[in-house]
Design a protein around this ligand. Structure first.
Ligand SMILES: C[C@@](CO)(OP(=O)(O)O)[C@H](O)COP(=O)(O)OP(=O)(O)OC[C@H]1O[C@@H](n2ccc(N)nc2=O)[C@H](O)[C@@H]1O
Ligand SMILES: Nc1ncnc2c1ncn2[C@@H]1O[C@H](COP(=O)(O)OP(=O)(O)O)[C@@H](O)[C@H]1O
Length: 276
């Protein structure tokens, strides 16, 4: 049996540069990962099965369309043959929330199957499968703090902020990525700054914040509340939202912030974690 963590992805900065002819947008982003996420468990079995457990299981249809089963099928077709598998996805991250839960699950499935089959983690067939599964899947497969270009497939690791205490907050409003990109105003506000992760994050932006607030105005409230907690070094939305993050200097500041936030907004999802 193989157990693989699917860590949540953060976009510490996300600059939208241009609308492309293929319907996607050209991005420059700083990907980072935290110590917590979903969990994928795989075991060889007599018959195939797929079960979703965990606090957000009910947000996902128990269907074959899941990114986990799609990743397993693509691995068998393009990387190495695998026999029938019993797969469990423990869904701990909110769905459609800008922290790439589905992409992380797909990447974790590829990593687990590669381990099971003796395939190297940087095998070009594995990377190609990741690209076919979604824009964020190559970054999630790599799992390191990295600058991302194109749709996120051009990756360049940078020195990270490992150990930085993080609070993730989601108002439990699912946000459609397509709806957010459709509301981007088409203005290129400039490239991702140079430097290490701390410098890029500090000088960077998330250009999807304004369009995401048009889709889900509560995101503005989440950012204001996190700013108002005090003690946060950086507050920003991740991806296309609605999850926002706050980076703290100490775990004590993070714990104090979480306590205040959970008392005032008990209906919001909140996770105390750290950058890896
Ligand atoms: C915004 C990011 C940043 O990491 O993260 P999330 O918010 O999903 O976590 C990603 O680029 C999300 O990429 P991806 O995983 O491809 O998003 P999808 O949900 O498949 O895209 C849905 C739709 O959003 C639009 N889209 C997406 C990505 C992109 N670079 N340009 C786009 O215009 C397209 O219309 C696409 O059909
Ligand atoms: N394992 C999965 N986890 C989350 N979403 C999934 C999964 N498989 C398929 N999906 C679909 O992918 C969409 C995007 O989900 P998700 O990756 O959580 O978004 P985001 O990248 O914005 O955090 C969801 O609307 C859901 O229907």
């Amino acid at each position: 049996m193989i157990v693989e963590l699917a860590p949540a992805k953060l976009n510490l900065a996300l600059h939208v540069r241009a609308r492309r002819a293929d319907g996607y947008h050209e991005l420059e982003t700083l990907f980072a990962f935290v110590a917590d996420g979903d969990q994928v468990t795989l075991a060889p079995a007599e018959r195939e099965s797929f079960v979703v457990t965990g606090p957000f299981a009910s947000s996902l249809a128990q269907s074959d369309d899941n990114l986990v089963t799609r990743a397993a099928r693509l691995f068998a077709e393009t990387v190495a043959p695998v026999g029938p598998l019993a797969i469990t996805l423990d869904k701990r991250l909110p769905v459609a929330s800008g922290i790439g839960g589905g992409s992380a699950d797909a990447a974790a499935t590829l990593r687990a199957l590669a381990r099971m089959s003796g395939v190297a983690h940087d095998d070009p067939r594995l990377v190609a499968a990741a690209e076919r599964l979604g824009s964020d899947v190559p970054a999630c497969l790599l799992g390191l703090t990295a600058r991302g270009g194109g749709r996120g497939e051009r990756l360049d690791p940078v020195a990270g902020l490992a150990g930085t205490p993080v609070l993730l907050v989601n108002p439990l409003v699912a946000v459609s990525t397509a709806a957010v990109f459709a509301r981007w105003d088409g203005i290129d506000r400039g490239p991702l700054p140079a430097g290490n992760a701390a410098q890029v994050a500090a000088a960077g932006r998330n250009d999807l914040t304004v369009p995401a607030k048009l889709v889900a105005p509560v995101i503005g409230e989440v950012i204001d509340v996190l700013d108002g907690l005090g003690g946060a070094r950086l507050v920003r939305m991740s991806g296309s939202g609605a999850t926002c993050f706050a980076l703290f200097d100490t775990t004590a500041d993070r714990a104090a912030g979480r306590a205040r936030l959970s008392a005032a907004y008990p209906g919001w999802w909140c996770l105390e974690t750290a950058l890896t």
